[in-house]
Design a protein around this ligand. Structure first.
Ligand code: PMP
Length: 380
């Protein structure tokens, strides 16, 4: 049969949560105190809050969301990490890829999550330390070796840890290859709004790839693992969503049932509180406008810090640090060695990851001068 999704039949509803879902859907007038119930600590259903899920879907897919009614399913998992994990567990079982391709470098958890799901992990070159840009040739060459139904992890924007994103043209090159080779893309979207300050602009690639899935009958499908940790500052509340666009030959309800079976066995249902904060903000016009303005403030501040750090580093080291300014999002891949990073920590109390990744969010007008000075000292 070759490698294909297993046929997915519709699983019966979970006994306890199925009953709760039926209760929720029951319109009988004696069912009172509905509003009060919403403010308590009742369990959410296995798939999470339907209101939150629809809002999350709109945020990531924008106007494309209305065309995903019949061929997609969304779940509220345990934040972005949980969304990546749920995707990996589901796809390992039902898509059975021979490999998952992750960027080199990438968020450290990608490798662990997929290894734990039992899928062989292969890396594609993502970043060139020489040009300090995306290694698009290396990336396309590596993905060209993938087999149909292999999974490719793409970070939607503000790539962690390099701070370097693909250009629109490069995204289209990857989309072409993805379509030609029938690869299943999992978009990891953890920083929407952080790259440019524009929620829609940061979702450009996801929406473009989604259009492709809708246009081509033989497309294997696509997932988006969405996190609200950064763009709502809800880190500890574990707010996220997993959206699965199901290939045409498969039953959406069957896929949804499988996802819910995994959730039920792993953690039963997701946390309510953070999701209700997101709902409150996105459903209120003024709060939503304020959230969008806050994202703009945050991303502008990061850009200002990049400019300031670049200028100060160029003064301290007499070298070109233009890439600190052109990189995107929270992180900068400084190119500092592991030894320089440990000197920064031990002698100057400045903390970077051993890879040389610096978090721009930790910089402010009060410390940027000192950080540039410290970097200059360890580079002498
Ligand atoms: N993906 C990427 C690329 C990340 O950087 C992070 C957080 N560091 C996540 C996913 C997961 O975030 P969370 O589980 O906090 O939503």
């Amino acid at each position: 049969m070759g490698k294909q999704y297993l046929d997915l039949s519709i699983a019966p509803a979970d006994t306890a949560f199925g009953l709760m879902a039926e209760f929720d859907a029951d319109p009988h007038p004696s069912k009172a105190k509905e509003r009060l119930r919403e403010t308590t600590h009742e369990y959410l259903g296995i798939a999470g809050s339907p209101t939150f899920i629809n809002l999350a879907k709109d945020i990531v897919f924008g106007s494309v969301a209305s065309r995903l009614q019949d061929n997609s399913t969304s779940i509220q998992p345990v934040s972005g990490t949980g969304a990546n994990h749920l995707a990996a567990t589901f796809l390992a079982c039902h898509l059975r890829p021979s490999h998952v391709f992750i960027p080199a470098p990438t968020w450290i958890n990608h490798k662990s999550i997929w290894e734990m799901a039992g899928v062989s992990v292969a890396e594609y070159s993502y970043y060139s330390s020489v040009t300090k840009e995306v290694d698009i040739v290396g990336m396309l060459n590596a993905l060209d070796c993938a087999e149909p139904n292999d999974v490719v992890i793409l970070q939607a924007c503000a790539h962690n840890p390099t701070g370097v994103d693909l250009s629109k043209y490069q995204w289209m090159q990857v989309a072409d290859l993805d379509r030609r080779k029938k690869l299943f893309v999992v978009f990891d979207s953890a920083y929407q709004g952080f790259a440019t300050g524009d929620v829609d602009g940061d979702a450009w690639a996801v929406r473009q790839f989604t259009e492709d899935v809708l246009a081509f009958e033989t497309h294997p499908g696509l997932c988006v693992a969405q996190s609200f940790s950064k763009n709502f500052g809800l880190y500890s509340e574990r707010v996220g969503a997993l959206h699965l666009i199901v290939p045409r030959h498969l039953s959406v309800q069957g896929a949804r049932g499988e996802l819910m079976a995994i959730v039920r066995a792993e953690y039963s249902n997701p946390p309510r509180f953070g999701a209700s904060i997101v709902e409150t903000i996105l459903l209120d016009q003024d709060l939503r406008a304020q959230w969008e303005a806050d994202l703009d403030t945050m991303s502008s501040r990061i850009r200002r810090m990049r400019c300031e750090l670049r200028q100060r580093l160029e003064k301290e080291t007499q070298q070109d640090w233009a890439y600190v300014e052109t990189q995107i999002g929270m992180f900068s891949y400084t190119g500092l060695t592991c030894e320089q990073v440990s000197r920064l920590r031990n002698e100057f109390h400045v903390y970077l990851l051993p890879s040389g990744r610096l978090s721009l969010c930790g910089l402010n007008d009060g410390n940027v001068k000192y950080v540039a000075y410290a970097i200059g000292e360890v580079m002498k």
